[in-house]
Write a protein that binds this ligand. Structure first.
Ligand code: SAM
Ligand code: SF4
Ligand code: SF4
Length: 368
């Protein structure tokens, strides 16, 4: 294959990366020897919820400038990029947003991605994270398109608390129905993610554990993070995984389980009576940057090597500029090899003094 020399701009520090000569495909590792394994793709920056910890109404109001249709990557562009990432060793793609089920014909994209083979000859693992509002309606089409794994965000069972969290008065019963329909059509395994924000929904920890115990659904508790610049994050609103474990254990005795694989982000715990498992994702109190193999593609085609990045690399510009696959692939390899990100480690080391950085990108734009 022909080797190309290209130069791209690192928008984080506005310096031109020196041109390099390298093979356009093949496995890549970053400066901390982390391979590139997971690609998260935000397919829309819009959402039908206004979760208080993600898209607070005060910021994401009627005047908020969401991306115009022409800025969005087309399904063909997304699929082209996905194939280049797979050639660099990516095995898992997660579609997210904003709310991915709001993207028109999302099942077509899933069908296009599901047929991609990884370099080890397996089907690409295509997953999706949703707030579940449209799941009952869409589950069958998603399944038929080839989607296997799905994660549903659910922050409370109590309807009043759930409505307070999503801030659009969306009833919890509709999400629960969506989860059931997804299960009935054979989407699985289904994970349920609960972000715990102190003083808002922490009283729901134990009821959620009781509700999902003895079901096929794996409940995971996520520490409230300081992503973006609009949620007004404060450390004292974080309920730590340690506390979640203590609270559940007081009602339902649990014990730690060994990780499935190295780099698993969720700590695993099981009920001592054998009635299932839960997970805790300690994004704030136990940084997992040393194993972080994730890269994120924004709705408009910018690449972010960390959830807490302040700017991205414009792949859409390369594509719409007529660059070849080999050139874009080389750009991807270069970005990953130069990657030094370890925000959570630095934050954990200095949580007390962490400042809300005005420039951090929003989670709804970059994808969770
Ligand atoms: N709209 C979809 C949903 O809610 O599942 C997908 C996008 S959402 C940004 C992805 C995940 O990020 C959700 O599980 C959400 O709860 C989580 N999330 C958003 N803001 C967060 C924050 N500040 N801390 C922790 N998790 C957050
Ligand atoms: Fe929307 Fe998901 Fe963010 Fe909630 S967490 S506002 S559902 S993107
Ligand atoms: Fe990965 Fe950045 Fe999160 Fe660390 S802070 S785990 S590098 S996304």
């Amino acid at each position: 294959m022909t080797e190309k020399v290209i130069s791209i701009i690192d928008q984080r520090n506005l310096q031109a990366i020196p041109p390099i000569l390298e093979s356009p495909a093949g496995l890549v590792t970053d400066t901390m020897n982390r391979p590139l394994r997971d690609l998260r793709i935000s397919v829309t920056d819009r959402c039908n919820f206004r979760c208080v910890y993600c898209m607070p109404k005060a910021v994401f109001d009627k005047g908020y400038a969401f991306l115009p249709q022409t800025s969005l990557l087309s399904f063909e562009e997304i699929t082209r990029i996905a194939k280049l990432f797979v050639a660099h060793g990516v095995e898992k793609i997660r579609l997210t947003g904003g709310e991915p089920l709001l993207r028109k014909n999302i099942e077509k994209l899933i069908a296009m991605l599901s047929v991609i083979q990884t370099i080890s000859g397996r089907d690409l693992d295509v997953a999706l994270t949703t707030n579940g509002a449209l799941l009952a309606k869409k589950a069958r089409a998603l399944k038929d398109a080839g989607l296997k794994r799905i994660t549903v965000s659910l922050d409370a069972l109590d309807d009043a608390i759930f409505k307070q969290m999503n801030d659009v008065a969306f009833p919890v019963s509709d999400v629960l129905q969506g989860i059931d329909v997804a299960h009935q059509v054979g989407l699985g395994p289904i994970k349920i993610n609960m972000v715990v924000k102190g003083g808002m929904n922490d009283q729901e920890i134990v009821p959620m554990a009781y509700h999902f115990k003895d079901t096929p659904f794996i409940l995971r508790f996520i520490e409230y993070m300081d992503v973006g610049a609009s949620n007004g994050w404060k450390m004292d609103e974080v309920i730590t995984s340690y506390e979640v474990i203590q609270r559940i254990n007081a009602h339902l005795p649990i014990e730690a389980v060994q990780a499935n694989y190295s780099g698993e982000t969720a700590g695993r715990w099981r009920y001592q009576d054998g009635s299932g498992e839960i997970g805790v994702i300690s994004s704030v109190t136990q940084a997992f940057c040393h194993d972080c193999t994730r890269i994120r593609l924004s709705t408009e085609g910018k690449l972010y090597t960390c959830l807490f990045a302040t700017s991205g690399y414009d792949l859409r510009a390369l594509m719409r500029d007529g660059r070849s696959d080999a050139e874009i692939s080389t750009a991807i390899a270069h970005l990953w090899r130069a990657r030094t990100d370890r925000y959570s480690v630095l934050r954990t080391a200095d949580t007390a003094n962490i400042q809300q950085d005005k420039k951090k990108v929003e989670m709804s734009y970059i994808g969770g």
